[in-house]
Ligand binder design. Structure first.
Ligand code: AMP
Length: 547
């Protein structure tokens, strides 16, 4: 028997329509690339998104399924493109401007982008490669006529002029909710970037999750500031979810240093903010230098890489801000787990609570997870056994754009490439990327655990651990350290610091010091490059074993 419920498609346009109609006077505040702070409302954003859709169709001949790219910071015009492009049935391709220029060319060509919208910041970047972008018919600079630069870009248009003469009198088209809505390429530490192709249905379902209490708990009572960029996994879904619940949004533009972020957190009374650990480190440093506090902030979401214990403690103990540790991937829209505590944890001490919060968290509804060994056998959820982490759910990729990488699913599960433990309550802890785990004497050593411990050592600014060939153990850990400014911390001090904090056989066989470590475009350690740098390095313990 069929249900007697209306069959209304879950479309991204319904999110902006809802916010514009029912939260019409709630503000969206942006720090612009041009300088000033810009303010308007969800009602204004709704109207201008429709003008974008009209301009794309009337002036640029954009139709259903065309790829429209952006190279832009978090700001109101970017938000209008999120809704205008996807809402009219085209596909929003958010390009990460931190990629190397050759990678940008590769993905724009691969996506066959028809139009690129860009912030003023990125004019020189695109000028340098414009002649290699064979599918692009127009470059739209996201500014007004007064700020239009002199540029060698061909077919260049001004955003405000493009949309300014459109009436906004426009009905969003209706189509199948499984239609593709947006495209985001993974940064890829090896090989070419691959495209995760999101849909309207997956995006709306993911937004519901962000708005659930045990998701990210976003609601109309919140003032939300995504520091995580809109070019990185859709700013973790916040732009869509904020419309779904009518939250006030604050967007930082290009200024992500501690002082600039603090200024917005304070002046706009932000209650919830989201970002990667690097950004929060800059904010915490700023707070420490100035003595400023965070009286309005209720919680901060930390993800993208592991939130160090010291960071969780600093937010919770010094600033009374609850940390929500979250894990996900571009291919997962991106939310997979959140580290909310449960009623059974209420009686724990503050430190014991942090013991749970350093884990990446428990699955949200609609994300199913399992850990398996290299032969695909399920591993126990005892908080100790490691396994390759597999996931499935309605906002998780079933493959990559244009079939890149072939058939990626394993029996209907997506292999995350992460290695993790699961405890009996379902809290997952990432112990490594599968290709970074160190295999010593048949046992696995977590490079991430070692790195997290090492950065706790005074004088260590950043640490990377890689496996180095060892004649007896196959691989042993090498700790590569960037010293904090002014520090002369040495190998013996660091190893002594680690003693007692890690299993004896995890102790790095050596420590090497470097001025800086390489990172990917999304700020993760680039282990492939580090391994390349140390490919001829021989462990001091290697000769002991050979004797
Ligand atoms: P991306 O698609 O660029 O967001 O990268 C996804 C990957 O980042 C995951 O597969 C993890 O390896 C890593 N990652 C994301 N969140 C966390 C976290 N909270 N802790 C540790 N690693 C994380």
């Amino acid at each position: 028997m069929q249900a007697l419920m209306m069959d209304r498609p879950l479309l991204i346009s319904s999110l902006i329509d809802f916010a514009a109609k029912y939260h019409s006077d709630t503000e969206i505040v942006s720090r612009t690339v041009e300088g000033p702070i810009h303010r308007y409302t969800w009602k204004d954003a709704g109207a201008r998104s429709k003008q974008v859709a009209q301009a794309l169709s009337n002036k640029l001949g954009v139709t259903l399924g065309d790829r429209i790219a952006t190279l832009a910071w978090n700001g109101y015009r970017h938000l209008e493109l999120y809704y205008g492009v996807s809402g009219m049935g085209a596909i929003l391709h958010t390009i990460n401007p931190r990629l190397f220029p050759e990678q940008i060319v590769y993905i724009a060509e691969h996506a066959e982008d028809k139009v690129i919208f860009l912030d003023l910041t990125f004019v020189p970047l695109l000028e340098a490669v414009a002649d290699k972008l064979t599918s692009v018919e127009a470059f739209v600079i996201m500014t007004d006529e007064d700020h239009m630069p002199d540029t060698s870009l061909p077919n260049v248009l001004c955003y405000e002029t493009l949309i300014g003469d459109q009436s906004g009198d426009y009905d969003w088209p209706e189509f199948d909710e499984n239609t593709a809505s947006s495209l985001c390429y993974t940064s890829g530490t090896t090989g070419n970037p691959k495209g995760a192709l999101y849909g309207h249905r997956s995006t709306v379902l993911h937004s519901y999750c962000v708005c659930t209490v045990d998701g990210l708990g976003l609601g109309s009572h919140d003032v939300v500031l995504p520091v995580v960029p809109m070019f990185h996994a859709n700013a973790w879904g916040i732009v869509y979810a904020a419309a779904m619940c009518g939250a006030k949004m604050v967007m930082p533009g290009a200024a992500m240093d501690g002082a600039s972020i603090y200024e917005l957190l304070d002046s706009e009374k932000v209650t919830l903010s989201l970002g990667v650990p690097t950004v929060w480190l800059m904010l915490l440093n700023h707070l420490q230098e100035t003595g400023d506090k965070l009286p309005h902030m209720d919680r901060t979401v930390i993800g993208g890489s592991a939130a160090p214990r010291s960071m969780i403690e600093a937010f919770q103990f010094n600033y009374d801000v609850t940390v929500v540790h979250a894990w996900g991937m571009t291919e997962m829209s991106p939310l997979g787990t959140t580290g909310m505590l449960r009623p059974k944890h209420a009686g724990l001490s503050a430190e014991q609570k942090v013991d749970i919060q350093v884990k990446q968290g428990a699955a949200v509804y609609n994300v199913d997870m399992k850990i398996v060994d290299d032969d695909g056998n399920a591993q126990p959820h005892d908080g100790v056994a490691f396994g390759n982490l597999l996931v499935r759910g309605p906002w998780i990729a079933s493959g990559y754009f244009k079939g890149e990488g072939g058939d990626v699913l394993q029996d209907g599960w997506f292999p995350t490439g992460d290695v993790a433990t699961m405890d009996p309550d379902g809290y997952m802890q990432i112990t490594d990327r599968s290709k970074d785990v160190i295999k010593s004497g048949g046992e696995w050593i977590s490079s991430i655990d070692l790195e997290n411990e090492a950065v706790g050592c005074p004088g260590v600014a950043e640490a990377a651990v890689i496996g180095i060939y060892h004649p007896k153990w196959d691989e042993r850990p090498l700790l590569v350290v960037v010293r904090s400014e002014g520090s002369d911390v040495g190998k013996d001090e660091i190893l002594a610091y680690l003693e007692g904090k890690i299993a004896k056989w995890w102790m790095p066989d050596d420590v090497q010091f470097v001025d800086e470590l390489p990172h990917t475009a999304t700020g993760k350690l680039q282990k492939v490059t580090i391994r390349e740098q140390f490919k001829d390095y021989v462990l001091p313990t290697a000769s002991d074993a050979a004797e």
